[in-house]
Design a protein around this ligand. Sequence first.
Ligand code: NAX
Length: 326
Amino acid sequence: MKTPIDVAVTGAAGQISYQLLFRLAAGNFLGNDQPVILHLLEIPSAMDALKGIIMELNDCASPLLHRIEITDDPMVAFKNVDFAFLIGAKPRGPGMERRDLLADNANIFAHQGKALNAVARRDVKILVTGNPANTNALIAMHNAPDLKPENFSAMSRLDHNRGLAQLAEKCGVLPLDVKNMIIWGNHSTSQYPDLHHTKVKGQDALSLVDQRWFEQQFIPTVQDRGTAIIKARGQSSAGSAAHAALDQMRNWVQGTEAGDWVSMGVRSDGSYGIKKGLVYSFPVTIENGKVSIVQGLTINKFSAERMKASENELKEEREAVKHLLG
Ligand code: NAX
């Protein structure tokens, strides 16, 4: 049996975690020969609910689940962890402005960044899902000066997977037949799902669908999918979000397929003219845990404008939290 890996999950009593924890315990992350120790972080008021979830996890009698630790202290939760799924965040309340949400969550991620800096393993992989995910990742990164920016990523995989599914359905193929999808920018409605480099069974996607569908159906459907799900289900996406979190972390460990890439929110190095330092979703390839932004893609005026609009939104978010960036 392999040595157990230590996995932290924040917001452990929330609805995304409820979809994630059982899959972590069942080996859906790194395989059914990889034991796990779960470190679960919640706020005190959610501890009773969390205890119920732990009863359920224990009732699975999973051979891979070696231990569960629960705490409301990030310094305890992140101690020696190999992986951290930062899911917990405050939802937008009635009458709350985006700015207020940003401010509340910014403090959570500053605090958690400091704790990760102090106690996590130096090669920890940290995936930020809690919204606003890109800027929360930026804050955590800035508050963890002893970790590398490469230890952090923000989740854009759900948007990427949504793009794969929409295009596959339109073309009458399976999602696995679609390669080289790109989500540029922020995990918000300003994101730009780009098909200019996407292939469907080896053919250019944009030669198979008309420009009108791309502009008027595909882009808004992917951008607004979260809202459509809330409208239909009465709650925000949880199963697909947990699935995407696993996909993104798994690719980070196991690498991307030859000839394909994935979208991931990472620190911009200035590629494609995107302001250095912002956490922006790019197409990336991954090998031996090292993430590289795909270089040399041709960007036309249509794409450049949309990429810029999302960059501008991220700049505004950064401005709003600059007091926490040190
Ligand atoms: P829930 O409200 O069901 O769960 C959030 C949990 O976080 C709650 O149990 C709460 O007690 C806990 N929490 C709050 N503050 C905390 C803190 N300081 N430390 C630890 N735990 C804390 O939300 P859920 O539906 O699970 O969504 C979680 C986050 O993911 C939200 O911010 C949501 O907006 C975001 N999402 C991000 C997505 C992405 O693609 N990046 C997609 C799905 C999702 O909307």
